[in-house]
Design a protein around this ligand. Structure first.
Ligand code: PMP
Length: 424
């Protein structure tokens, strides 16, 4: 078989290098290949055929604000959010993007005035998603500039704060941390789906970003969407996508529409694997159990603990306390309607014992300082904490790889202390 070269991206999953013991496990990227099994099982239900003459025009819906948004895809986005109950779609514009990565850039463009005297500061609380600083500064824009950890941000003037919830890399549910006025919040909700965190309320923020990469596992489709309240912001985001790529692949949008349709159907008529969310939630829970056991056995690392108290205001809303609902509304999260709440525990809300994050945020114990280097010497490729604005004692490890790679990884982690003592 021939292998096509990939010029700039290192392999996102493992590469076999000799026998099993030499396998390099690459868990650096959050490549969601664990979802393949669900989609294989779905078979032809998720297949679409696009004849050569179809989807040829630049335009999808010429008269609407987002003229390159396929109406079929827009319809399925709304149906999915209604089924899952994770975001309010009423009174919002949908802007489609080539992944939420493009929409992130569109948002920065839309929120930074052309005539400002200096670039708008962009902040997020550390540890933050490692791509934010890289994407923000890659073109050295005069419009906006990465200003680092939101917790230590004290510059005067307007700013943009990214709130990623649950957070990549550490999985905590988050709210804005900058305690001053003049900020515009952008909520990156890539992981606000039932397989990762309990969905107790529909997010109701001004600008919310979603992606199929982490919801259905179709990272290669490169499709994301934004739910935007303000018409002027939405228009500017559309303008950015127009200038940047003259719209978004129609083929991908049609495929995304089909995939969302199948996800919704899987909630209504679950197969032996349950809904997509059941499948992913069970797999994640199983993996987290194995990972915690391996970490205990190694004695060399720690993982974040998620006690019910610390895992956010979302959990509290399962058992509303006096005053809890008003604080939910203040934080921009609308409590579920009684009909939506009644759906909790249904197949679109898998019964969850804990939080199953898409990444393990591992900390090496003292005196080890370079956790990424240590794991690399054991043929496990991870991403160092330094890329997330914190210490290299931390690493981020994808939990979304294929079964085979994940199992080699936990096996190797659980015996790493034995190899360590042999090396010494
Ligand atoms: N935001 C966060 C928090 C992410 O983790 C990712 C994917 N790693 C993205 C955005 C980008 O998603 P997409 O594949 O849609 O560009």
């Amino acid at each position: 078989a021939t292998q096509r070269a990939r010029p700039s991206m290192p392999s996102s999953s493992s590469t076999v290098d000799g026998d099993g013991g030499d396998t390099i496990i690459n868990l650096d990227h959050g490549d969601p290949t664990m979802y393949e099994r669900f989609w294989q099982q779905a078979g032809d239900k998720s297949t679409i055929v696009i004849p050569g003459w179809q989807s040829m025009s630049y335009f999808s819906d010429a008269g609407s604000l987002c003229w390159f948004l396929e109406p079929e895809f827009a319809k399925e986005i709304i149906r999915l959010h209604k089924t899952v109950g994770n975001a309010v779609t009423e009174d919002r514009y949908i802007v489609v993007g080539t992944g939420s990565t493009q929409l992130y850039q569109a948002v920065l463009y839309a929120l930074s005035p052309q005539d400002a005297v200096e670039p708008r500061s962009v902040v997020s609380a550390a540890p933050y998603y490692s791509s934010y600083p890289l994407i923000t500064d890659c073109l050295k824009s005069g419009l906006y500039k990465w200003a680092g950890d939101a917790r230590s941000f004290n510059k005067e003037g307007p700013f943009i704060e990214l709130v990623t919830s649950p957070n990549n890399p550490d999985g905590y549910v988050r709210q804005s941390v900058v305690n001053k006025s003049g900020g515009i919040l952008v909520h990156d909700l890539a992981y606000y789906w039932p397989q990762y965190t309990p969905i107790a309320s529909a997010a109701n923020h001004d600008i919310m970003l979603f992606t199929v990469s982490k919801s259905t596992g179709h990272a290669g489709m490169r499709i994301g969407w934004a739910l935007v309240k303000d018409v002027e912001v939405a228009k500017k985001m559309v303008k950015f996508v127009e200038l940047n790529t003259i719209g978004v692949s129609k083929d991908s949008q049609l495929r995304a529409a089909k995939v969302l349709q199948v996800v919704i159907h899987s909630c209504q008529y679950p197969t032996s694997l349950g809904s997509l969310f059941d499948f992913a939630a069970h797999l994640m829970e199983e993996r987290w159990k194995l990972l915690r056991a391996a970490v205990r056995q190694s004695g060399l690392f720690t993982l974040p603990e998620f006690s019910p108290g610390s895992c956010s205001f979302l959990n509290r809303s399962f058992a509303p306390q006096p005053g809890a609902l008003s604080s939910l509304t203040r934080s921009g999260v609308r409590p579920l309607s009684s009909s939506a709440a009644g759906r909790l525990g249904s197949t679109c809300h898998p019964v969850r014992k804990g939080i199953s994050l898409a990444f393990a945020w591992l900390k090496c114990q003292e005196p080890m300082e370079d956790c990424e280097g240590f794991l690399r010497s054991n043929k496990i490729i991870t991403r160092s904490g330094k890329h997330f604005g914190v210490s290299p004692q931390y690493v981020r490890i994808s939990m979304l790889d294929r079964d085979e790679n994940f199992h080699i990884f936990v096996e190797r982690l659980s015996t790493i202390h034995l190899r360590q003592s042999v090396q010494v």
